[in-house]
Design a protein around this ligand. Structure first.
Ligand code: ADP
Ligand code: ADP
Length: 239
């Protein structure tokens, strides 16, 4: 069954920039799909339209049977709970500890308060600790997040997304700021989590070799249009 469907999705910024034009594709439940393409192709815009961080100009986006573009502002919370998002620059709150970043993540940045873990139930804290264990961060729980390495920060970003129990993870260039070793660790975690938790992954990557290695399917984007949609086996590195 399809978890996500895009029908003729377009996005125009201002009067001139057409970032996406008539994008069509679907993502099956549990699939690991990479979106590849050069800088400026529209990859980030595409991901941001799906969880309604920005609004598409035209088209239809159906997520889990719900018309995402038809949701009112107040109804977006439910959509965003089901769609976790991971950023290139992690978007952690520096002065908060690792566990605070994870638990506050669902309240949003504005509600983030240092030393306010008491507002969470024991179950919520246990769930956060469980995720930190899965992501190999059990020794960093109470560290300030600005003391972590990039790879550790991104693992916190993954845990923050997972605590909402999402059906899908949108990953916007999650390894673009990391060295090859840390990149491999992050990609291995994403792949494992996708498999073991049955979470669908849509990930923007500019490293074609990484996309080919990890993905069930590749969507190639160029100048706002889908130019390839298929198996990684039919792509050679030279393309
Ligand atoms: P990618 O993620 O593939 O690098 P983007 O989605 O960031 O591509 O950008 C696609 C196009 O939209 C680019 O031409 C970019 O300059 C433009 N763009 C992105 N964000 C904005 C914005 N907030 N306002 C105006 N133009 C934007
Ligand atoms: P990146 O540099 O990693 O691409 P940005 O710093 O440009 O990401 O952030 C993009 C947008 O995401 C910003 O408008 C910011 O307000 C928003 N944002 C940051 N953190 C979160 C979060 N945890 N959940 C949802 N939106 C967020």
């Amino acid at each position: 069954t399809m978890l996500l469907e895009l029908h003729d999705v377009s996005k125009q910024y201002g009067n001139n920039t057409i970032a996406l034009s008539d994008v069509n594709f679907s993502v099956r439940e549990g699939e690991f799909v990479s979106v590849i393409g050069p800088s400026g192709a529209g990859k980030s815009t595409l991901l941001r339209c799906i969880n309604r961080m920005i609004d598409a100009s035209n088209g239809e986006i159906v997520f889990d049977g719900v018309n995402a573009l038809g949701l009112k502002r107040k109804e977006l919370r439910n959509l965003r709970t089901k769609i976790g998002i991971i950023f290139q620059h992690y978007n952690l709150v520096d002065r908060l500890s690792v566990i605070e970043n994870i638990l506050h993540g669902r309240l949003g940045y504005k509600s983030a308060i240092t030393g306010a873990l008491g507002i969470y139930s024991r179950e919520e804290k246990e769930q956060a600790l469980k995720l930190l264990n899965i992501l190999g961060l059990e020794d960093q729980v109470y560290k300030r997040s600005d003391q972590l390495s990039g790879g550790q920060k991104q693992r916190v970003g993954i845990a923050r997304a997972l605590i909402q129990n999402p059906k899908m993870l949108l990953c916007d260039e999650p390894i673009a700021s990391l060295d090859p070793n840390a990149s491999k660790v992050i990609m291995d975690y994403l792949k494992d989590i996708s498999k073991s938790m049955g979470i669908t992954v849509l990930i923007n990557l500019h490293q074609v070799d990484v996309a080919l290695k990890y993905s069930d399917r590749i969507i190639g984007v160029s100048k706002g249009s889908v130019v390839y949609d298929g198996s990684p086996r039919h792509i050679t590195k030279e393309e």
